[in-house]
Design a protein around this ligand. Structure first.
Ligand code: FAD
Ligand code: NAD
Length: 465
């Protein structure tokens, strides 16, 4: 309501690809007064990824941690065009984006190409499988909302199948063996949540099966959570040990079969381990559209890890393109913290660029007019100099937090120029309050608090949808 018409031919067009951390942070900050803004994403919502592991075991409901992108854009000064679509290609030479409607229901038009003046490229990354056979076919992932919903359903399917009348012992053990591959924060948080589900719910609803549930965490490196401090790694490993989560470090997955996984241990021995559900959390790789974009710029884009940008987040070789978040290869970790700070930075940079352009136009007409006073011209020149000074992107690290189960969390917090490494129940309460205060809207806060209370009072819902 009250928003002006979307497209103004006198203004430049910013096309934003994605509705994740980087894109959403940009949209929140961007002053739409200066630009026509178009957002394209296959999901018409923002997903609060830090709480995604909680959805996979039913601690939180899926809709509690998402927010429609239109909730943000509707408050903007000028109307923002939001399209649910998947960008298929970017033409950096002609400055266009082609996108398609990849949802089930399609209209007469389901593909189109639009021009941009500036492109904010924030499509994130996809799951890294290293081409290991069987991973795509037989694993579950934990990256997007449908992944967590599928995990929850599969988990209950394993439990119910294990409870099926006459099920044999060895088969029960297989079905109740949940393997998590990847000891990064995603794998660790999922294993922790799964342990809570076992203790809080499985023991009351399936007492005959609860002690058969086995959780194994496989990690190729010598320890889990490599980015955390040594003390917190030890704390996590001892908490997992107490919670009977088996950690297999220095162990590489070589192949995933339908019911077993082939691993290679430290002594290069191959072992085949039966499992009921396997969760693949082995990190990120570039999306196809990103690889295609790199292929257009082979001289400058030669990093498989992601897009190369300069210190102002400008895509190397791409005029008018800014790349941010997980799709880039920088010295920063692929985290929500980095992506959201980059989004806010680009919003400010774009605003400065637009202001500069406006001032240059004013200067041009002042210089062309015989009535202009020199002080007037000088004042405008000063303003131009001011807005021309765009500083390089600077990341400010607020700390790392991870939930490890049984109401414990670990936190590496950069305080007073030193580091505070903390673990335990107080850290867990801090983890909860940090996430609650970070959740985008009052509506999300309400829903998450409500879910936490519901689980405390009634336990998790074990129905299989
Ligand atoms: P994303 O947030 O992934 O957003 C990418 C967007 O692009 C999505 O909206 C997607 O739908 C869209 N998209 C995809 N393909 C296309 C296309 N072809 N065209 C247009 N749009 C497209 N980080 C932290 O700092 N703290 C945490 O606690 C934390 N917890 C996490 C927990 C989990 C389970 C996971 C998976 C990640 C977690 N992360 C955390 C990492 C964090 O989520 C990512 O670093 C962050 O999402 C990166 O932001 P992004 O905007 O680059 O990508
Ligand atoms: P990651 O890249 O951090 O960890 C993946 C792990 O899988 C690595 O330790 C790797 O050694 C291991 N691995 C890879 N292939 C393997 C194989 N074949 N066999 C055994 N192990 C294998 O991935 P992630 O945990 O998904 O995290 C991705 C990004 O998101 C990171 O930057 C992380 O910091 C961020 N994140 C942060 C949080 C948090 O702060 N709470 C939570 C989740 C994710």
């Amino acid at each position: 309501p009250g928003q002006q018409a979307a497209h103004d031919p006198a203004k430049k067009t910013v096309v934003v690809l994605g509705s994740g951390w980087a894109a959403t942070s940009l949209l929140k900050k961007l002053d739409t007064e200066y630009f026509n803004v178009v957002v394209i994403s296959p999901h018409n919502y923002f997903l609060f990824t830090p709480l995604l592991p909680s959805v996979s075991v039913g601690t939180l409901e899926p809709r509690s941690i998402i927010q429609p992108t239109r909730y943000i854009t509707r408050h903007k000064k000028r109307r923002v065009e939001v399209y649910e679509g998947e960008a298929r290609s970017v033409d950096v030479k002609n400055k266009t984006v082609t996108f398609v409607d990849n949802s089930d229901i399609k209209g007469a038009v389901s593909a189109t190409t639009i021009p941009y003046d500036y492109l904010v490229y924030a499509v994130g990354a996809e799951n890294q499988t290293f081409g290991i056979p069987g991973v795509r076919e037989h694993s579950c992932f934990l990256k997007e909302l449908p992944d967590a919903e599928k995990l929850r359903t599969r988990l209950m399917d394993c439990v119910e199948t294990a409870a099926f009348k006459g099920q044999e012992d060895a088969e029960i053990d297989r079905l109740m063996h949940i393997m998590v591959v990847g000891g990064g924060p995603t794998g660790v948080e999922f294993a922790g949540e799964l342990h809570d589900f076992l203790v809080d719910d499985l023991q009351s609803w399936y007492p005959e099966l609860a002690n058969r549930l086995k959780i194994s965490l496989i990690e190729a490196l010598p320890n889990v959570l490599p980015v955390f401090s040594k003390q917190l790694i030890q704390y996590t490993e001892s908490t997992f040990k107490a919670n009977k989560i088996d950690i297999l470090t220095r162990t590489m997955v070589k192949e995933v079969k339908e019911k077993t996984v082939v691993v290679q241990d430290e002594s290069k021995q191959l072992k085949e381990i039966p499992y009921g559900m396997l969760v693949w959390a082995a990190g990120n790789t570039s999306r196809q559209i990103t690889r295609d974009l790199m292929a257009q710029l082979p001289d400058v884009q030669n990093q498989r890890r992601g897009l190369l940008v300069d210190e102002y987040l400008r895509l190397l070789g791409g005029d008018g393109v800014f790349a941010l978040g997980d799709c880039t290869a920088t010295s920063y970790a692929p985290t929500a913290q980095v992506a959201s700070q980059q989004g806010a930075y680009i919003a400010r940079a774009l605003e400065q660029m637009a202001k500069k352009e406006q001032l240059e136009k004013t200067l041009h007409s002042l210089r062309a007019s015989s009535n202009s006073k020199p002080e007037e011209i000088e004042a405008v020149v000063k303003q131009i100099n001011k807005v021309s000074k765009i500083k390089p992107f600077h990341y400010s690290h607020q700390g790392s937090l991870a939930y490890i189960g049984s109401e414990k969390a670990v936190a590496d917090l950069p305080f007073f120029n030193g580091n505070l490494a903390t673990g335990g129940v107080a850290t867990f309460l801090f983890w909860r309050s940090a996430y609650i205060s970070n959740l985008l809207s009052a509506r999300n806060r309400f829903l998450v608090l409500n879910d936490w209370m519901k689980v405390k009072l009634f336990g998790r819902d074990v129905s299989r949808e």
